[in-house]
Design a protein around this ligand. Structure first.
Ligand code: P1T
Length: 384
């Protein structure tokens, strides 16, 4: 199929997948093989060794590329492996601007691993395009943003960041894990590449760790394919197959996450026990208008400020449906404490300065019955 001719739901279910040429199997087989027979030296069917390529992985890459409106996809063994590969397109002495608030593991990778290898990083509040502009150096090669951010739901103007990147001759990379292509398509706003932790909404069932990069830039995809082959952080075929099964219902799940997310954010917003609710869909979110412009929905991620660690702990102990766990984006609802869990690796001063406090808890609203979720939050919120 030519995916461009179809709308989102059709692409989610069909793009990248043809009936298996040998059997007619409708579902892409799990090509659980490490290697492929060759007819003669250098004569093969396009597959030589599974680190380099695998048909199940190729199907997933084509599927998610079609959802993001990209020409190419490159799948990795985890979200952070995908982000590492993007950074490794660059060399010692190159400078990368990273959003001040990103997933704690991204922050740790940049600060504690890649800085040691000579890449230079600046962490900048990318909500303000002027701050991005001021952080530019002659050697700036990449601007890396998350929007909305984990866990504070900060929103960056993707089109404005893309213009700055273009003027500089740098690449804009957007981590689109929270919004997914169902609600936000950064390439259409000028980004050069998109990265996902496919562990989250793309897979949607909390049974895989994976990452994927989508791009229409020939140089970027060539570099990523070289890194898949040379550094080898590739996903196994079973995991690719599970994500491919997940993307078939992405549109259905995201619409349900969004419905539940809006209801819950609105209810929490009216509840004095939640001191602040961070959700881009609330009219009092400082960047609500921008979020409405560049996103078509707000999904199921939000954070709430409960005041102090003791209240946060009481809340996390008291929820019955919202399970205390790392990760997000599955059909089941989860709660987490960013300061102690997902963002523990971020230097404490920076964490506190941006508002990842000891009283902050993050909700990944699932697609259970919303009244059950509302009741669970109501019984768990600590009295003031
Ligand atoms: O966990 P992994 O698949 O390696 O993905 C890393 C990652 C990248 N980008 C964003 C926005 C993320 O949220 C994550 C992973 N986040 C969690 C595990 C979490 O609980 O926030």
């Amino acid at each position: 199929m030519k995916p461009d001719n179809y709308r989102f739901a059709t692409r989610a279910i069909r793009a990248g997948q043809q009936p298996d040429p040998t059997t007619g199997a409708i579902m892409t087989p799990i090509y659980q093989t490490s290697t492929y027979a060759q007819e003669g030296i250098g004569v093969h069917k396009g597959f030589e060794y599974a680190r380099v390529s695998n048909p199940t992985r190729s199907a997933l890459e084509a599927n998610v590329a079609a959802l993001e409106g990209a020409d190419h996809g490159a799948a990795f063994a985890s979200g952070v492996a995908a982000i590492e590969a993007l950074a490794k397109l660059h060399s010692a002495g190159d400078h990368i601007i990273c959003g001040a608030n990103v997933y704690g593991g991204t922050d740790r990778l940049f600060r504690q691993v890649l800085s040691r290898l000579g890449l230079e990083f600046s962490f900048v509040d990318t909500r303000d395009p002027v701050a991005i502009e001021s952080a530019l150096r002659p050697n700036t090669r990449m601007i890396f943003i998350e929007t909305p951010t984990n866990p504070l739901m900060h929103v960056t103007d993707i089109a404005a960041a893309a213009q700055i990147a273009r003027r500089q001759g740098a690449r804009l990379v957007v981590d689109n894990t929270f919004a997914t292509p169902y609600f936000q398509r950064p390439l259409e706003l000028g980004a050069d590449a998109i990265v996902h932790s496919s562990t989250k909404y793309l897979n949607g069932h909390s049974d895989v760790v994976g990452g994927i990069v989508l791009t229409s830039d020939g140089e970027i995809i060539e570099g990523l394919r070289f890194l898949q082959k040379s550094a080898g952080a590739v996903p196994g075929p079973m995991d690719c197959w599970l994500v491919l099964r997940g993307t078939k219902t992405l549109h259905v799940r995201m619409a349900a996450h969004d419905r539940n997310g809006r209801r819950i954010a609105e209810r929490l917003h009216q509840d004095p026990r939640a001191l602040r609710v961070f959700y881009a869909g609330l009219p009092d979110h400082p960047q609500h208008e921008l979020a409405r412009r560049q996103m078509s929905g707000f999904g199921g991620m939000m954070s709430i400020e409960l005041g102090d660690r003791e209240r946060a702990e009481r809340f996390c102990r008291a929820t019955r449906l919202f399970t205390l766990a790392e990760s997000l984006g599955g059909v089941e609802s989860l709660v987490s404490h960013p300061a102690a869990m997902t963002h523990a690796a971020v230097p404490q001063a920076e964490r506190e300065a941006m508002g990842i406090s000891e009283g902050l808890v993050r909700l990944s609203v699932g697609i259970e019955d919303v009244d059950d979720l509302l009741n669970d939050l109501d019984q768990a919120l600590p009295k003031r």
